[in-house]
Design a protein around this ligand. Structure first.
Ligand code: CUA
Length: 365
């Protein structure tokens, strides 16, 4: 469908679906307004007092009319339901090989980290025609990442990873807004999305990028914080090894004494850094200190990327089978192998797009 003059540019692969839905809803509303108000005016004029309209034999029922006024709206509603559900699934489900970019919202700025290592502030550079997935969290309050030209908007909530995906289809610059009132300078929490040719984007990524990839920066931070003292090779008496945690089953101690198995996803790795006492690896004591308040979300992201890289490097346990028994689990033989995902709270908005993380527990700031 062609773009309408009062709309922002159509600049992503899903934008025209949103526009079509909006157009169809407007057209339907216009149809019913014209039909109902038209009938109203017609009857008011025709049967006004003093006219000689025929009032001798008023109709009492009309099966055909009743079927029409029930059937037609039902069909229209079902069509809208079907199309909007299909569109919702397109918007909410990121393609599997989407390229990740990490976003941290903070009063009142957007901080962006590319896995290759480059950082930027209130700017987001993306390649044209490639699936991009943003993995976002907030350092303080609820913000909302909104790019009108792409027709995408996602709340960014502290304590969660929220995701949003898009495929940019127009080169150039596009507005980025915060769409959730977040304090005094909310209206100034804006930025620019730059859509570049993929080759230019690659060149841009490697300019001014001295620190190495996020995973390499994370490895340096890991050493700086002394994490290897407990998690290094040979010291697995005190703490579990971290290779093979990501995307693999992790047996955890239950408070009652049993074990349960979860998948070591980004949420689990994040929470193990800021809230380690909550999920203790089976067979280990809860002695890990919390890094809550010491590390901001950007630094936590570096550590998460480093730990993820341990599971994908050297062909070791990369993409490991979900049935594999993790080597870091002394009691794994007694652990149930069926992994179940962590249940989201009933209030989780857009369950497909958010994962709980613990950044703001028990009033610690
Ligand atoms: Cu951030 Cu409004």
């Amino acid at each position: 469908m062609d773009q309408i003059f009062y709309w922002p540019q159509v600049a992503s692969s899903i934008a025209h679906h949103i526009d079509t839905l909006f157009n169809v809803l407007n057209a339907m509303a216009a149809f019913w307004i014209i039909l109902i108000v038209g009938c109203l005016i017609y009857f008011v004029v025709k049967y006004r007092r003093g006219t000689d309209a025929d009032r001798s034999n008023p109709p009492h029922e009309s099966l055909l009319l009743e079927i029409a006024w029930i059937g037609i709206p039902v069909l229209m509603c079902m069509a809208i339901f079907g199309y909007s559900t299909w569109t919702y699934l397109q918007v909410m489900r990121a393609p599997k090989d989407a390229h990740p970019i990490y976003v941290v919202a903070k009063q009142w700025m957007w901080k962006i980290q590319h896995p290759q290592g480059r950082w930027e502030m209130n700017e987001l550079h993306v390649p044209l025609g490639q699936d991009i997935q943003l993995i976002m969290t907030s350092e303080d309050v609820i913000h909302s990442f909104y790019v009108p030209d792409f027709r995408v908007k996602q709340d960014v909530v502290p304590g969660r990873y929220a995701t949003l995906w898009f495929k940019a289809t127009e080169l150039g610059t596009h507005h980025l807004f915060c769409a959730e009132y977040c304090g005094t300078k909310h209206s100034g929490m804006v930025g620019t999305v730059y859509v570049m040719q993929p080759a230019d984007y690659q060149k841009w990524l490697h300019e001014g990028n001295a620190g190495g990839t996020l995973a390499q920066q994370g490895e340096a931070l890991f050493r700086e914080l002394g994490c290897g003292g407990c998690h290094g090779p040979g010291s697995n008496v005190r703490a579990p090894m971290l290779d093979g945690v990501y995307n693999n089953p992790v047996p955890l101690q239950e408070p009652g004494g049993g074990t349960k198995v979860i998948i070591g996803d980004e949420r689990y790795i994040h929470d193990s850094i800021v809230n380690p006492e909550q999920e203790v690896a089976a067979g280990y004591k809860p002695i890990m200190p919390s890094f809550r308040g010491q590390l901001d979300e950007q630094k936590i992201r570096l550590l998460v990327e480093y730990i993820k890289s341990l599971s994908t490097a050297n062909g070791g346990r990369a993409g490991g089978t979900k049935e594999a028994v993790p080597p870091h689990a002394p009691q794994a033989s007694t652990a149930p192998l069926a992994a179940k995902p962590n249940p989201l709270p009933a209030t989780a908005p857009l369950a497909g797009a958010t994962t709980d993380i613990n950044v703001r527990k028990s009033g610690q700031e």
